[in-house]
Design a protein around this ligand. Structure first.
Ligand code: PMV
Length: 336
C-alpha cells in the first residue's frame, strides 16, 4: 500500500431535476427514490486532505474558518470509512474551498462530500472506481453520490450499500450530449444558512406527511418521463416533469408536522416570474431544493437572455437578488 499522504480533489455541485427526498436507511443513506441531476460548471468545491503522522483529531477548515460540532462529526465519519478501508489510524487535516454559498439550498453538501471522498480516498492510497467513490460520497450526503459524475447523472436508489450509486446518463453522441444544450439560471434570493437541515426536513416528510407516499408513488413515472425526454432531447418535457417533481417535494414537507416551508415571498415571486417568462416564450422551468433559492432550467443558448429578463423583472421586489448562469460541468477531478 502507498504511504498515506495528501491529495486534492475538485467536485462540482449538482441540482436534482428529479429529487432525492427521504431515506429508506439512515445509517447507509439509502434513498426511497432514485434521482436525476445536472452537474454544474460554475459551482464547485476544492478540498485537500492530508493524513498526519502525529496522533490527534481531524482538523477541518472551510473557506478559512474552522469547522466544528455536527458538520465536523459528519466529515470525521466519512474519513473514518476511508481510514477503516485503508487500514489507517492517522488524523487528517482537511482544507476546503467553496464557490457555492454554504447550506443555502445550493447543494454545497453535494460538491463538498464528493470532493472530500475523492481527496480522502486518494490521500489514503485507496484506488477506488468512480462507482465506489459515488457510494462513498453517498455516505456523507446522499446528493454527493451524483457529483462524482459530470453532466446528467442518475442515482439508483438500490437496496443496499453496493447497489445504491450514481452513474452518468447516456444522453447522446460522445462530446455532444444533451447536457451541453442545457443551462440553469440560479436565482440566489437569500444566501443565509437554512434553519432546518434537509436531513431533518426529509425525516419529518417521510414520518409525518400524508403527501409523502403519493409523491413516492408518482416518482418512478416522473423519472422515466425525464429519462425519455433526455433520450429525445426534449427540453420542454424534461422541464415540465422536473418542475412538477420539485413542487411535489415541497408539498410533502409543507404537509408534514411540524410543517417545513423553505420558500419565502421572494421564492414565490421568482416562481411567478418563471411562469411569466415561459408565457412570453422562454424555455424556463423552476426547481427548488432545501432552501429559498430558485433554479431555472433553460437552454444554453437562451440562458443569458433569460437571466436578464428575470433580473429586470425581479430586482424591484427582490433587491438582494444575485444571479448565476451555470452550464453542465465535469465530474470529480483528483490530483495527488
Ligand atoms: O444530500 P442532502 O442530504 O443534502 O439532500 C439533498 C436533497 C435535495 O437537494 C433537496 C434534493 C436532491 O436530490 O438533491
Amino acid at each position: 500500500m502507498r504511504r498515506p499522504g495528501a491529495a486534492t480533489a475538485t467536485a462540482h455541485a449538482n441540482i436534482a431535476l428529479i429529487k432525492y427526498w427521504g431515506k429508506a436507511d439512515h445509517a447507509l443513506i439509502l434513498p426511497r427514490t432514485s434521482s436525476l441531476s445536472l452537474t454544474l460548471d460554475e459551482l464547485y468545491t476544492t478540498t485537500t486532505v492530508r493524513f498526519l503522522d502525529a496522533p490527534g483529531d481531524d482538523r477541518v477548515t472551510l473557506d478559512g474558518e474552522p469547522v466544528t460540532g455536527r458538520p465536523l462529526q459528519r466529515i470525521t465519519a466519512l474519513l473514518d470509512l476511508v481510514r477503516e478501508r485503508a487500514g489507517l489510524r492517522a488524523p487528517a487535516e482537511v482544507t476546503s474551498l467553496n464557490t457555492v454559498p454554504t447550506a443555502a439550498g445550493l447543494a454545497s453538501s453535494a460538491s463538498g462530500f464528493a470532493a472530500l471522498a475523492g481527496a480522502a480516498a486518494a490521500a489514503s492510497g485507496l484506488d477506488l472506481s468512480p462507482r465506489e467513490l459515488s457510494r462513498l460520497a453517498r455516505r456523507g450526503s446522499g446528493s454527493a453520490s451524483r457529483s462524482i459524475f459530470g453532466g446528467l447523472a442518475i442515482w439508483h436508489a438500490g437496496t443496499d450499500d453496493a447497489s445504491s450509486y450514481a452513474e452518468p446518463v447516456h444522453d447522446g453522441a460522445e462530446g455532444g450530449g444533451f447536457a451541453d444544450e442545457l443551462a440553469l439560471v440560479v436565482l440566489v434570493l437569500d444566501a443565509g444558512r437554512k434553519t432546518v437541515s434537509s436531513r431533518e426536513a426529509m425525516r419529518l416528510s417521510v414520518e409525518t406527511s400524508p403527501a409523502y407516499e403519493p409523491w413516492v408513488a408518482g416518482h418512478a413515472g416522473q423519472l422515466a418521463e425525464a429519462l425519455d425526454a433526455i433520450a429525445h432531447r426534449d427540453l420542454a418535457r424534461l422541464g415540465e416533469v422536473a418542475e412538477a417533481n420539485a413542487l411535489g417535494m415541497h408539498a410533502t414537507m409543507r404537509a408534514a408536522t411540524p410543517s417545513v416551508d423553505y420558500l419565502t415571498e421572494a421564492s414565490h415571486a421568482a416562481l411567478r416570474a418563471v411562469a411569466d417568462a415561459r408565457a412570453s416564450g422562454f424555455p424556463a422551468w423552476a426547481t427548488m431544493d432545501a432552501g429559498p433559492n430558485v433554479k431555472v432550467l433553460t437552454s444554453a443558448d437562451r440562458a443569458d437572455a433569460l437571466e436578464r429578463w428575470l433580473r429586470q423583472r425581479l430586482e424591484p421586489s427582490v433587491p438582494q437578488l444575485r444571479t448565476i448562469v451555470t452550464h453542465a460541468g465535469p465530474g470529480l477531478q483528483v490530483t495527488r
